[in-house]
Design a protein around this ligand. Structure first.
Ligand code: AMP
Length: 221
């Protein structure tokens, strides 16, 4: 099964995507994480995309689609994956559909929308801190999901860091970019009944609702 996580920045795609990934044994792929890694390694790709990300803009479709196709061609995602932060445009959604239809037509594809009011988003994003250990990547919120020890990851003991683009100015831009594309993107998935929307107010409850939906969904692709 391929699960696409849709939602504004800070809506919980990473947090919920990682929980589902462990529970369902599906690899979690975050385009944001892939891009940030490329930037920190200062690869050719990293240099090309750095200014888009720091300005809260989308990386061009062509680059993003190529990056995801390469990642989805690896062995660990042959049976499915959880895509967090991709697609963000209809062109990306169409490219993903065409790619999976050609490569893996028997696997189900479902989109989950995390629908959080804008008024909550800014608060969530400015309070977000993430584990610096890439293989852990746990996400905390300094108000609602605090680490037990300040600055230290509960799970692996690594230091916690704040993303460079998680500030009030950039988040407003990222939200505007999200809303500019989200209507069409949600329609794209709703058209063939492949969309489940949830307001993730309580994390446990949201995860349980999504899992119940996925278990009961008997539809085909
Ligand atoms: P995220 O970690 O998902 O919040 O993504 C961080 C940033 O990476 C975004 O603000 C974009 O600049 C870029 N990015 C991530 N995923 C995509 C995508 N699917 N399309 C274009 N840009 C993306």
């Amino acid at each position: 099964m391929y699960i696409v996580m849709l939602g504004a920045p800070g809506s919980g795609k990473g947090t919920i995507g990682k929980i589902l990934s462990e529970d369902m044994r599906l690899t979690h792929i975050s385009t944001g994480d892939i891009f940030r890694e490329q930037i920190s390694k200062q690869t050719e790709l990293g240099k090309k995309i750095e200014s888009y990300i720091s300005n809260g803009m989308l990386v061009p479709d062509e680059v993003t689609i190529e990056t995801v196709k390469t990642r989805l061609s690896e062995d660990d995602v042959k049976e499915g994956a959880i895509l967090d932060g991709f697609p963000r445009t209809v062109a990306q959604a169409e490219a993903l559909r065409d790619f999976l239809e050609a490569k893996n037509p028997s696997q189900k594809r479902i989109a989950i929308e995390l629908d959080v009011p804008d008024s909550e988003i800014v608060k969530r994003v400015v309070n977000r801190v993430t584990c610096s250990n890439k293989s852990c990547g746990a996400i905390y919120n300094l108000e609602t999901r605090k680490p037990k020890q300040e600055g230290i990851c509960d799970i692996c003991g690594s230091s916690l860091t704040k993303r460079a683009d998680d500030n009030e100015e950039t988040v407003s831009k990222r939200l505007a970019v999200y809303h500019a594309n989200s209507k069409e993107l949600l329609e794209f998935y709703a058209k063939n009944n492949r969309l489940y929307s949830v307001y993730p107010k309580q994390l446990d409850e949201a995860v349980a609702n999504i899992k119940a939906y996925l278990e009961n969904d008997k539809g085909s692709n």
